[in-house]
Design a protein around this ligand. Sequence first.
Ligand SMILES: [Zn+2]
Length: 492
Amino acid sequence: MKKVLLFLIDSMMPDVLEQCIAAGKAPGLKFFMERGQYIPDCATVFPTMTASIDCSLITGVYPDQHKIPGLVWYDPDSKTMINYINGTVHVSKIGLEHCATNVLFDLNERHLSRDVKTIHEELEEAGLVSGSINVIAHRGHKQHKVYLPPALDAATGFSLREKVSGPTIMSLGTLVRPNLFRPILWNWSQSAARGYGINDTHAIDVLIEVILSGKQPDFTLIYLPENDHKLHRAPQEAIQHLSEVDAELVRFLDSYSSWEQVLDDNICIFISDHGQTLIGDSNDHNIDLMSLLSTFSIHRLGANVSSKDEIVLCNNERMTYLYPLRADELLKIVAAVATDSRIDLISWKEGHKVVVRRGGTDKSLSFWKGGRYQDVYGQCWSFEGDLQVLDVRLDGEQLQFDEYPDAFSRLYGSLFSQRIPFIVLTAAPGYEFVSEAAPTHLGGGSHGSLHKRDSLVPLLITGASRYFMTPARLIDVKDFILQELGVAIPSR
Ligand SMILES: [Zn+2]
């Protein structure tokens, strides 16, 4: 049986992929594209941030079920802000130890719901072998020792010398190393300056070595992060950035006797986690939430949440979670931000309903699960109010989405990822939220929102025995792989 390789290329966008191939700058991806099924408009997860998306990719469900609300969120039980590491300024303010513990240990072992299974857990329960290279969400049935570099080790203390769980073959930079016959030879891609191996070069080094060692798992998920970092800084050079990812893929292809041999042995799938939106140059493209909410007392980063605080603000670039700490203040906070037309959507839950407003207008829409209207993904809904708020078109009794792909399920997934009340904000195209110490990208690229520019990703499948169903969603990739590997899909 063929093995499956799933390459997750951060911030790869369909138009850039097509232009890069047309310009002759992506021979590797062109090779796969000419032999596979290409879907340019696969809907990803909301918020369009890597942490929640990775969890959806490996569990096949939205955050209402896997319970990872975003990159940055507030945990009411521990009264702390959870941050899976976003931006060095932010991290230094709330503490490296806290962030490293969140990302290395808590995400997989504490936050990711035990009510859902990861693809690694399901495959290995079915007697197959699974693998994960450089993906932060990696929960599995095997325990792996964490090797912390001295700088991190001193900062994080004893708590991290524990093991983390993962599939049989697991690599996380130099921190978790796969058990192979010989070690991966040291090179600069493993240095502190290059993120201790959390980069494209090291991921491909490990993949090649795993295959050469004869220990290739039935399924391997490989994460390539660098395209995202480069696009945030220089979106106008998008084609060049993707061509550099392609060069790494070519190195992988060249490790075989022929490129065709790769497809004889493997089903190769390429997907992205989210897109990016160009942020305007001028300061007003940063939506300053601290000043919009200046009449409220906002929790300061790094401090414990206290009884004086009224709002905890968790900035996810073009999306923000606002947590009112006093029960009666939610609608007052909505009123304070609703007048700003740079804010695209303002949403919260009322009982089992999702309420959503468009910033700078008084138009609103509520929707809830069940009812006679079916969306293009087969989910049933009821609604009240103005469908234009989410650019939804009613075709008979079918709901069709455009500006906001899979809008109902994705917004629901975010709002029901936690039981407590909170508000979801998204920024209009060209804008980004700015708050205390959060990274900003004026004139650069950013993501996080429900809008299609952040939300539609390319999906390319080569060597599979069946076609991927369209319209495609990222959450359906897991079941597709289980089917290709002959594993029965548990009913959900
Ligand atoms: Zn990013």
